[in-house]
Design a binder for this molecule. Structure first.
Ligand code: FES
Length: 75
């Protein structure tokens, strides 16, 4: 009692994009950013959404999916 439970269905987020890749990660180079690197979640499993917290690794193992974050990199 008092504990929050989260139901996570074991299904893929990415049914068709770049499935030949182990993990789909894209980067954008930006000249004006406060931090050198920011990772945005695209698996919808992050506990710090919209930022990536690495939860995609567990999701990918459980489902066979290949989702990864969008990386914004400061130039
Ligand atoms: Fe969702 Fe990393 S936690 S992409």
């Amino acid at each position: 009692k008092g504990r929050r439970s989260v139901l996570v269905r074991a299904e893929t987020i990415n049914p068709e994009i770049r499935k030949s890749e182990e993990k789909v990660v894209d980067s954008v180079i930006v000249t004006e950013l406060s931090k050198p690197l920011t990772a945005y979640c695209r698996c919808w499993r992050s506990g710090t959404f919209p930022l990536c917290d690495g939860s995609h690794v567990k999701h990918n193992k459980a489902t066979g999916d290949n989702v990864g974050p969008l990386l914004l990199k400061k130039q």
